[in-house]
Design a protein around this ligand. Structure first.
Ligand SMILES: NC(=O)c1ccc[n+]([C@@H]2O[C@H](COP(=O)([O-])OP(=O)(O)OC[C@H]3O[C@@H](n4cnc5c(N)ncnc54)[C@H](OP(=O)(O)O)[C@@H]3O)[C@@H](O)[C@H]2O)c1
Length: 320
């Protein structure tokens, strides 16, 4: 697969979000299935895998997902880039470095590795960002991490962090129905050689066109019960975007999910989406978005039509 740079870190231009093997989209698959799915993605050319210490069933406990990712990738560790995230729930305390190092050591053990390629702060509210940035700089100097990043942050926080220790990547929510990062954040990242890693790039499934107003989500641990674009009336309201995607999918001999990813790959040179799926076939389908090339004319007319569509439902950068 083609590659892109997140700072100095080279990754496949479509990565893989591993969260749903542990949390967020209802019932989790058997561990063996999840491991095979991750290996299948690697064998298909994916070299960028996203996890977090908090990804565990019901967000209770620590490390369920890191353990799976570690088992799946241990034998190909040097060929892949692993990103994980620290969630400093009670802040970083008086000694940011010590707190972060403790969390990181737990992740390293679960991931069966001696370094994390990309270490994000999952949510930085309540954290003095300059202290966190300095601590990340020390972890880089110690070669425990290769680069660092922030998630769900605005341009002011990014800039303050960047002054202390240059960032490799920002991971914010971004898709055709969550475009807050387009105005200032992604351009800032382009200008400063920072990668931008969209999470929920298919809008939790909406942009695949497979979710109808009749869809019922699982009762436990399923974010789709509260993702605003998936409220019944908002699925209906967003239909023009789904129709537009279907039209271009037909034109390009691709799927709607692939077009939603190809759009952002065309639009920005530093964007590396991490679609999530707990289905082996759909994981490969999403990776193959890398093969779908929109021409400049196709992109321009798509974008013009998209700009005409009102978006129903908005998560923004504030929520989880
Ligand atoms: N930094 C953060 O705070 C944060 C927050 C959320 C997520 N993340 C990361 O971002 C990754 C991706 O986010 P996400 O999983 O929320 O969003 P997503 O990729 O936009 O959507 C995932 C949902 O879409 C469905 N889907 C995916 N590909 C599909 C396809 N080709 N056709 C039909 N349906 C498809 C999946 O269903 P199936 O499983 O049935 O295929 C799943 O329900 C996560 O795995 C995680 O690593 C980070």
């Amino acid at each position: 697969m083609k590659t892109r740079m997140l700072g100095d870190i080279e990754v496949s231009e479509v990565g893989m979000g591993c969260m749903a093997f542990s949390h967020g989209y209802g019932k989790i698959p058997p561990e063996r299935y999840s491991i095979e799915a991750i290996r299948g993605a690697y064998e298909h050319g994916c070299t960028f895998f996203d996890t977090a210490e908090v990804y565990s069933p019901d967000l209770a406990g620590i490390g369920h997902n890191e353990l799976i990712v570690g088992k799946a990738l241990a034998s190909v560790r040097d060929e892949v880039v692993i990103a994980t995230k620290i969630m400093p729930r009670g802040g970083l305390g008086g000694n940011a470095y010590r707190t972060m190092r403790e969390h990181l050591e737990g992740s390293l053990k679960r991931l069966q590795t001696d370094h994390v390629d990309l270490y994000y702060i999952h949510r930085s509210g309540g954290v003095r960002i300059e202290d966190a940035a300095e601590a990340m700089g020390r972890l880089i100097d110690e070669e425990l991490i290769c680069g660092w990043g922030l998630s769900q942050v605005d341009v002011d926080v990014i800039d303050r962090a960047q002054q202390v220790t240059p960032l490799a990547a920002i991971q914010n929510i971004y898709s055709m129905v969550e475009r807050d990062s387009e105005e200032a954040i992604i351009p800032y990242c382009v200008e400063h050689d920072i990668g931008f890693v969209p999470f929920s790039p298919i809008a939790s499934g909406l942009l695949s066109g497979k979710i109808t107003t009749e869809a019922k989500f699982e009762r436990r641990d399923d974010v789709r019960n509260w993702v605003p674009q998936l409220r019944r009336e908002n699925i209906a309201g967003n239909q023009p975007i789904i129709d537009l995607l279907a039209q271009y999918a037909e034109l390009k001999g691709a799927t709607s999910a692939q077009i939603s990813l190809a759009w952002m790959l065309h639009k920005w040179p530093n964007v590396v989406p991490i679609p999530g799926s707990k289905n082996k076939e759909r994981i490969l389908e999403n990776l193959d978005a890398s093969l779908v090339e929109l021409t400049d004319d196709e992109f321009t007319s798509f974008e013009a039509a998209l700009d005409e569509c009102e978006v129903y439902g908005h998560r923004g950068l504030g929520g989880f």
